[in-house]
Design a protein around this ligand. Structure first.
Ligand SMILES: NC(=O)c1ccc[n+]([C@@H]2O[C@H](COP(=O)([O-])OP(=O)(O)OC[C@H]3O[C@@H](n4cnc5c(N)ncnc54)[C@H](OP(=O)(O)O)[C@@H]3O)[C@@H](O)[C@H]2O)c1
Length: 246
């Protein structure tokens, strides 16, 4: 087992995941990063290696059970330990409840809920290995404010994000006593490709959105908590009266 701390970041090729991966790399951690697009992922891995640590890049589609299992196996083979697991890869989808296609709901649950569950389960023993009297291992699930405060046309996406929040809470009830705890991070709009549709003068200017670096800072800070401090959830809102909306 390597001595250096290791983080796994899914959806690390751009957006929030790329910012999180960059933060951990700059703090001297080794990384396993994943996403579907091979070229963008390898390009990101090269950039992260400039910080001097090891970076393993494993392409995987989170809707593919075998690919998720292979990601976990490859990570364990490379490092044998997991100090932090960032469950970030996710897909969005809008649509009214009345005519939302059930098949799209299945896909959302595969990517946003099933894969995070599968990965956390597969890496749980390797997270326990890193726990000491003071330092614990942390799971950080990038949920959404929509999982806390529902919005019209976002029932499907919002319910997957609410499921992540619940997963983290139950995980803590069972595992935090062993030094592994989970935090769901629930942001409003973050300036990434995913929020592109809502940017603009009549909507929300990109430069007034939460930044990927904000979420990276928060995620990294949680890993600095001792194993005796469990943070079940962190809601990140934008300024103003819009507090309970994305
Ligand atoms: N942006 C927001 O306003 C916002 C707000 C709250 C929560 N979130 C959540 O934050 C997380 C990251 O979002 P983001 O805004 O950074 O999105 P993004 O810029 O679209 O990036 C998504 C990342 O996930 C990867 N990905 C997407 N689908 C995947 C799949 N099926 N399997 C594996 N990897 C996949 C993408 O790479 P490939 O396409 O190459 O796979 C990319 O690296 C998501 O869970 C999202 O729901 C976002």
């Amino acid at each position: 087992m390597t001595e250096r701390r290791v983080v796994v970041v899914t959806g690390a090729s751009r957006g929030i995941g790329a910012a999180v991966a960059a933060r951990f790399a700059s703090e001297g951690w080794d990384l396993t990063i994943s996403a579907r697009g091979v070229d963008a992922l390898e390009e990101r891995a090269e950039a992260l290696r400039a910080h001097g640590g090891r970076v393993l890049s494993v392409p995987a589609d989170m809707s593919d059970e075998e690919a998720v299992a292979a990601l976990a196996a490859r990570h364990l083979e490379e490092y044998g330990r997991t100090d932090a697991l960032i469950l970030n890869a996710g897909m969005g989808s809008m649509g009214a409840f009345a005519d939302f296609p059930a098949r799209r709901l299945d896909k959302l649950y595969q990517v946003n809920v099933r894969a995070p569950f599968q990965l956390t389960q597969a890496l749980l023993e390797s997270m326990k290995l890193t726990v000491s009297k003071t330092v614990g291992a942390k799971v950080l699930a990038i949920s959404s404010i929509t999982g806390v405060y529902p919005e019209p046309d976002l029932f499907a996406y919002g319910s997957t994000k609410a499921a992540l929040i619940s997963m983290c809470e139950t995980f803590n009830l069972e595992q935090s006593v062993h030094g592994v705890s989970a935090t769901s991070i629930c942001p409003g709009y973050v300036d990434t490709d995913m929020s592109e549709w809502t940017k603009g003068e009549d909507a929300i200017p990109a430069d007034e959105m939460i930044t990927g670096d904000d979420i990276a800072h928060l995620a990294y800070s949680v890993t600095g908590l001792s194993r005796w401090a469990v943070l079940p959830q962190a809601i990140v809102t934008r300024p103003g009266a819009n507090m309970h909306r994305a």
